[in-house]
Design a binder for this molecule. Structure first.
Ligand code: BDP
Length: 326
């Protein structure tokens, strides 16, 4: 009796799990550090909508905005192990885990944003993307994140103006080297802590693009934004590699094309909103300073490149590939 019952039960469980397997939707979670008012937030929502549409609901993505799922370095680890499936990440904090991704964190490696996209969509970008995928962070599309510049309680005209200042940077040794090379004191810190640190004088300055400078209120506690544009760091919609590879080829294609469409939307939003953010912070009283001659900043980075290439000799080809890209 017992045996018969348990056999029947086992059979029922097996049947259920086969049915479940056929019908089960992949319900994914996505991490986003930004909240309303930043272009990446509607872009990530669009990505989620498009995935739902294009996969007929076989893959759904719930986006958690405002960094509620954790700091960026933590969320990166979570996506790498598949505890969170998707993230909109800056390649900056990916550098410490994927050597190739650090290409984009070399100050002044790109001439401008269009050049960055040409590199990322060319051979160098493929090498970076492949290495990221091997590390568990498969990039589906690239977002625009403009250029990062310094802000502090005074204008920055030359690297000497950075000397002696405590500057918050993202978590990456290249950024600490960059600030040190100008004689400043780098202070790696989570994005969510920067506003308070600026306000209380724990740091003298930070660096970011206009939308982030505006959206998390850094402009309220700083007087000057100086257009050094020393870093042009692309961002990704990244997915856990194993989860993505486990999808059928059709679903993979649907998710990838959703990401690429969402990225085009993000770039449109970025263009409009970063200009608007600049106007808004100026209207709020921030002085924006143009830096006509960036050569002193670029020259100060010689040692950063030298040390980086000495420590990562196998990255030389990649750096040269990017530099040779028209
Ligand atoms: C913003 C990026 C975000 C970073 C942040 C930072 O979009 O991913 O976390 O900068 O400075 O521009 O930490």
């Amino acid at each position: 009796m017992y045996q018969k019952l348990s056999k029947t039960l086992l059979g029922a469980v097996a049947a259920l799990s086969v049915m479940g397997g056929a019908a089960a939707a992949e319900n994914w979670r996505a991490w986003n550090i930004h909240s309303d008012g930043h272009p990446n937030t509607p872009a990530m929502d669009r990505f989620s909508e498009l995935v739902n549409e294009k996969t007929g609901g076989d893959v759904t993505i719930e986006v958690f905005h405002g960094g509620v799922l954790g700091t960026q370095p933590d969320a990166l680890e979570q996506v790498r192990i598949g505890a969170i499936e998707v993230g909109n990440f800056s390649l900056g904090p990916i550098g410490p885990m994927v050597a190739e991704a650090n290409l984009v964190s070399l100050p002044f490696i790109f001439k401008n944003v269009p050049h960055m996209f040409r590199v990322m969509e060319g051979e160098a970008g493929q090498i970076v993307a492949g290495a990221m995928a091997d590390a568990g962070l498969l990039p589906l599309a690239w977002f625009d994140a403009g250029a990062r510049s310094f802000y502090a309680q005074k204008a920055i005209h030359t690297p000497d103006d950075v000397a002696g200042l405590k500057i918050r940077v993202m978590n990456n040794d290249l950024y600490t080297a960059m600030i040190s090379a100008m004689g400043g004191n780098p202070s790696p810190m989570a994005f969510s802590e920067v506003q308070q640190a600026l306000k209380t004088g724990v740091v003298d300055g930070a660096e970011n693009n206009f939308p982030s400078f505006k959206n998390v209120g850094h402009y309220e506690v700083t007087t000057d934004y100086s257009l050094s544009e020393h870093l042009i760091i692309p961002e990704c919609i990244c997915v856990n590699t194993a989860k993505f590879n486990a999808l059928s080829p059709e679903l993979q294609e649907a998710v990838r094309s959703a990401a690429q469409e969402a990225a085009l939307y993000q770039r449109e939003l970025w263009a409009v909103q970063s200009e608007q953010a600049r106007k808004d912070v100026e209207a709020a009283g921030v002085t924006v300073t143009e830096i006509a001659d960036k050569a002193p900043f670029q020259n100060a980075m010689g040692k950063v490149y030298e040390d980086y290439l000495a420590a990562n000799p196998n990255m030389r080809t990649l750096v040269e590939l990017a530099q040779a890209t028209e």
